[in-house]
Design a protein around this ligand. Structure first.
Ligand code: FES
Length: 102
């Protein structure tokens, strides 16, 4: 069952090509703005727990700042390393950006 909660104000989303960490209900989320499309993935890199939101966006991926694993912002996949992060659905309700934490 969906669990939609407020992630941040719509006005507080990261600028184009940037990412930021948002903590919501005990979950650290990496909110990224890749080419105008917002995406939310787990902020903790599955390699050695690097902070993905402190990395950079490249070709639709968020790249971990510690050892440069790149995770597709649509699927969460890192094909090269056979790894993945969780991708969360997002919804814009006008004033706020909502995330489904289920
Ligand atoms: S901790 Fe992210 S690539 Fe190593």
């Amino acid at each position: 069952m969906a669990n939609w909660v407020r992630l941040c104000a719509a006005a507080d989303v990261p600028a184009l090509g940037e990412a930021k960490e948002v903590d919501v209900q005990g979950v650290a989320v990496c909110l990224a703005n890749a080419q105008g499309a917002l995406a939310a993935v787990d902020n903790v890199c599955p390699h050695r727990a690097g902070p993905l939101a402190e990395g950079w966006i490249e070709e639709g991926k968020i790249v971990c700042p510690w050892h440069a694993w790149g995770f597709d912002l649509k699927t969460g996949e890192c094909k090269e390393e056979h790894s993945r992060v969780k991708v969360y659905p997002l919804r814009d309700d006008g004033a706020d950006l909502l995330i489904d934490l289920s």
